[in-house]
Design a protein around this ligand. Structure first.
Ligand SMILES: [Fe+2]
Length: 473
């Protein structure tokens, strides 16, 4: 039986000279990548192939190098060696990034949380697909909850995902959505996980990472509903299965990891007690540098959000980019600068106050101007402007932009329960807007001479222009 492509194609790991082309098939085989400049690929070159094996869920990516910066290429992925037929045109396309440091204007999109079929059946992805050519959107950052593995009522498998095959089936259900596939084949992506790639609000119970925990009310609810014992606890085996499939779908095509967990050379990331590895990575796009945090896989409940290795990487990165790149984006799946009254989950940076102070102190100590947090998770979009000023230092402005959800239950509490954050070194804190509707965030980076201007617009699932916008320079 010949294998077929089930998911993708996706364009990951975009840089000024390379991309990773990704797909997942339904059986073993070779994934062949073809790239050309013509829309019908009559000039296609065979640029590489990857082996698809059962151990990595028949997912694979081809690393394509030696591309020109700021250049549009068409591409396709096939499971045989036949060159693509021009009559099947047009083929999907991507545009490479400008060279690192080049002062180019650009626009990108971001968002999080997708449970298709819950509210508007993927309307945000149809909008994004229509907006991309109009606005020149260069890539999409997906900040977590790319699946809802635990949502047995709506995850496509009718149960809490427990095994690798279960998690893969949830990816197939969610990412197989036609609007999702259509939008992403022409829009390079950068992804990071939040909680639902594993389970709701989960964390490790200890730094040795033997087992995880989920909130008690889930344990109770799942017991009342007579879900199997394995769904009422979070075993090492289940987390391993979730992170294996996270690797296959979201990380395999990402830029190189800063400090990869052991095992990824064989596409099988391991969770070893003494391993400091994590899934954070960095990339650049012209004048902007991005640090994409891993806020989940080394998190120990109530004790730490990031491990030592990731802190070190973040500190080093900030020193490296603060003068070389006029705009910096720090990507965190969970909110840094937004809090709700009565947030008993403490699942965001508010649950790790020492580390939040450390993060904000790091920005002020380096006086890292034009630094923006991008986040998701909250199921309401918002923009926050904060001034940081440790005693005796000049004030520093930072912003946080949140876009969430693509499609999920919205969080109306964000409208009434947002609170000012009182912690070192924040001296002023202002929430500009909140929007509890399905949405996608658009960030526009523009230059006026050497001076960067950053604008955040939020689009919801209704026709018309942005529902909110802030100029955040
Ligand atoms: Fe979510």
């Amino acid at each position: 039986m010949n294998a077929h492509i089930l998911l993708g194609p996706l364009v990951g790991g975009l840089s000024h000279s390379s991309v990773n082309l990704w797909a997942r098939a339904d059986g073993p085989g070779m994934l062949h990548a073809w790239v050309g400049r013509e829309a019908d690929l009559r000039d296609a070159r065979h640029v590489g192939a990857a082996l698809l094996v059962a151990a990595s869920g028949f997912a694979g990516r081809v690393h394509v190098r030696h591309l020109e910066p700021d250049t549009t290429y068409h591409y396709t992925l096939t499971l045989d060696e036949k060159p693509p037929a021009p009559e099947n045109a047009p083929y999907p396309a991507f545009t490479t990034a400008p060279p690192p440091g080049e002062m180019a204007d650009f626009t990108f999109a971001f968002g999080s949380c997708f449970m298709p079929g819950l509210l508007n059946d993927g309307e945000i992805f149809r909008r994004l697909d229509a907006m991309r050519p109009e606005m020149g959107i260069r890539f999409l950052l997906m900040l977590g909850d790319q699946i809802y593995a635990d949502a047995w009522w709506k995850n496509g498998i009718g149960k809490v995902a427990l095994t690798e095959d279960d998690y893969r089936a949830v990816y197939l259900h969610t990412w197989g959505h036609p609007a999702w596939r259509q939008a992403l084949q022409n829009l390079p992506v950068f992804m990071t996980l939040d909680d639902h790639e594993v389970d709701d609000d989960w964390a490790w119970t200890s730094a040795e990472r033997y087992e995880g925990r989920i909130p008690r009310w889930h344990v109770l609810e799942r017991w009342l509903r007579r879900l199997p014992p394995e769904a009422r606890r979070l075993s090492h085996r289940r987390i391993q299965a979730a992170l294996q499939t996270y690797w296959e779908h979201q990380v395999m095509h990402a830029p190189p990891l800063l400090h990869p967990p052991e095992g990824i050379r064989h596409d099988r990331p391991l969770i070893l007690p003494a391993d400091d590895g994590h899934f954070a990575y960095t990339f650049t796009f012209g004048p902007a540098a991005f640090f994409v945090m891993d806020t989940r896989t080394q998190r120990v409940h109530g004790r730490r959000m990031l491990n030592r290795a990731q802190w070190e990487a973040l500190e080093t990165w900030l020193l490296e980019v603060k003068d070389a790149f006029p705009v910096k984006f720090i990507v965190s799946s969970v909110a840094v600068l937004f809090e709700l009254w009565g947030d008993y989950t403490r699942d965001r940076w508010n649950g790790y106050p020492d580390e939040r102070r450390r993060l904000l102190h790091l920005l002020t100590a380096n006086h890292s101007e034009h630094t923006y947090f991008l986040t998701g998770d909250l199921h309401s979009a918002y923009a926050v402007e904060a001034t940081l000023q440790p005693e005796g230092n000049p004030p520093l402005k930072v912003w946080e932009f949140c876009a969430s959800p693509f499609e999920q239950m919205t969080n109306k509490l964000a409208l009434i329960a947002a609170r000012k954050i009182h912690t070192y070194p924040i001296t002023e804190h202002k929430v500009h807007f909140r929007l509890p509707r399905p949405n996608v965030g658009i960030v526009k980076v523009r230059f006026n001479g050497q001076q960067p201007h950053v604008r955040f617009e939020i689009y919801d699932d209704l026709p018309g222009g942005p529902r909110h916008a802030v100029d955040a320079s």
